[in-house]
Design a protein around this ligand. Structure first.
Ligand code: FAD
Ligand code: SF4
Ligand code: SF4
Ligand code: SF4
Length: 398
């Protein structure tokens, strides 16, 4: 398999930035393509032709992966953590444990301009910024070098991110280390930061105010994909808005796979064989399991893929409620454990339209049929939806 840097084949570059991190002359920069995705470009004037950028690129190697040793549905016992997490809050418990051992935690956070980048966290107060999924590609510039510095100084590191980011870090580190524990999230794709900027602009235009908070996974109305955000107008008045995915075209595009990088449709990590020591996902269809703890505020699907991962999970066991599930359940409930997301036929046309006209807040990218389906889905009460999902999952198994 050839690397993107040789072939310019976009399906072979996930934008992980490991090539820039290894370059001794800082000759790799990232340039935006016409759809808003960033790809590496080498400055031939300063390049030494040492080949390090190509050899670090995980996208032309077979990833080193592990099948799950143990899989379970789990949630933290801490109600506040659950409320501030996308699913069952298992990530926060792993992170707290790492911090209690004087370790450091890396993950994706919004900055004050609501751009998403990986940051380094050393206290529980800072940890809040890592909680919850930000459905946009996180900038990993400079982060792999920081992790290496921490490991070289003998610190315990918990690194969380998409599987391609975890694979990039492992490739950058070269040698495995028991001080580096990686958590990957089940990931069906990531939109570009520029695309999210367009989404933000469309919201600001619609609500006539500056966007000051964004939450892809509010639990104010239950464990769903409902989104909330806050705007502030010129007079300083703040308002909070709740929207369903189909009412925010960017989010609808994300859930239906329209606005991903080309590499996401050929993702080598979409499988039950994982690059992380631990994998976290939403435990959708939890209703089909016979579980004796409350699951309606969110439950994580957790895969312990290595002994290192299992040991960390064991050490937070008393803070979790959990039940073992089989891998078949995991694969049936989560598409990223089966295969990469399919590229929708209208993907290019839809994205070109967004590039040209921006996101239009009325959701007019959807066909009448799609809008009707979304409206019907939106009108079904959550409880009924969950029972229906459980019924369908049982029948799929049978
Ligand atoms: C781009 C993306 C796509 C996903 N797709 C799916 C899916 O198809 N199916 C599914 O079941 N789950 C998916 N997830 C994972 C899911 O949304 C939850 O993150 C997971 O259930 C863990 O929840 P939690 O309650 O334990 O922790 P939470 O507190 O919700 O999770 C926070 C963790 O997510 C990481 N994270 C947040 N945003 C990003 C980002 N932009 N890039 C990298 N890491 C990030 C943080 O670093 C932290 O480790 C996706 C997550 C992301 C970021
Ligand atoms: S290292 Fe990452 S960003 Fe660089 S070419 Fe490979 S996949 Fe793309
Ligand atoms: S070949 Fe070496 S010097 Fe040139 S861009 Fe790649 S890593 Fe940098
Ligand atoms: S789908 Fe694959 S390539 Fe795309 S962001 Fe997720 S892990 Fe990376």
């Amino acid at each position: 398999m050839n690397a993107y840097l040789k072939t310019q084949d976009k399906t072979r570059c996930c934008g992980c930035k490991a090539c820039a991190a290894v370059c001794p002359t800082k000759s790799v920069s990232f340039v935006e393509d016409s759809l808003g995705f960033f790809y590496p470009q080498i400055d031939q004037a300063t390049c030494l032709r040492c080949g390090r950028c190509e050899s670090v690129c995980q996208y032309h190697k077979q990833p080193e992966v592990h099948p799950a040793i143990e899989t379970f549905a789990a949630k933290t016992r801490d109600a506040d953590v659950i409320q501030n997490s996308s699913s069952g809050g298992v990530f926060t418990e792993l992170a707290k444990e790492t911090l209690s051992r004087k370790g450091v935690v890396y993950g994706a956070a919004f900055d004050s301009s609501l751009r998403v980048a990986h940051i380094r966290v050393t206290t529980e107060t800072e940890l809040v910024a890592l909680q919850k999924s930000k459905y946009v590609q996180s900038d990993t510039g400079g982060v792999y070098e920081q992790v290496k510095q921490d490991i070289d100084q003998g610190k315990l590191v918990l690194f969380s991110g998409t599987p391609c980011q975890v694979a990039a870090l492992r490739s950058f580190m070269r040698k495995p280390s028991d001080s580096l524990i990686c958590v990957d999230v089940a990931c069906h794709g990531a939109p570009s930061p520029t695309d999210f900027e367009r989404c933000k602009r469309s919201i600001e235009n619609k609500y006539k105010g500056k966007l000051i908070r964004f939450d892809f996974r509010t639990k104010a109305r239950g464990w769903t994909h409902m989104c909330s955000f806050a705007t502030e107008n010129d007079a300083g008045k703040q308002s909070v808005h709740f929207v369903k995915p189909y009412q925010l075209p960017y989010y609808y595009f994300f859930l239906h796979g329209y606005n991903f990088r080309d590499s996401c449709y050929a993702c080598p990590y979409a499988s039950l064989n994982r690059v992380g020591d631990i994998t976290l996902a939403d435990c959708w269809n939890v209703e089909s399991l016979k579980i004796d703890f409350e699951t309606k505020n969110g439950t994580s699907l957790v895969l312990a893929n290595t002994e290192l991962g299992r040991r960390l999970l064991d050490s937070v066991s008393s803070r979790l409620e959990k039940k073992r599930v089989d891998n078949e359940f995991a694969a049936l409930s989560n598409q990223p454990f089966r295969a990469p997301c399919k590229k929708p036929e209208r993907r290019e046309a839809a994205l070109q339209d967004v590039v040209k006209n921006g996101y239009r807040p009325d959701g007019n990218y959807l066909s009448t049929k799609e809008l009707l389906i979304e409206r019907i889905k939106g009108a079904i009460p959550l409880g009924v939806k969950k029972s229906l999902r459980a019924f369908l999952a049982r029948n799929k198994k049978a």
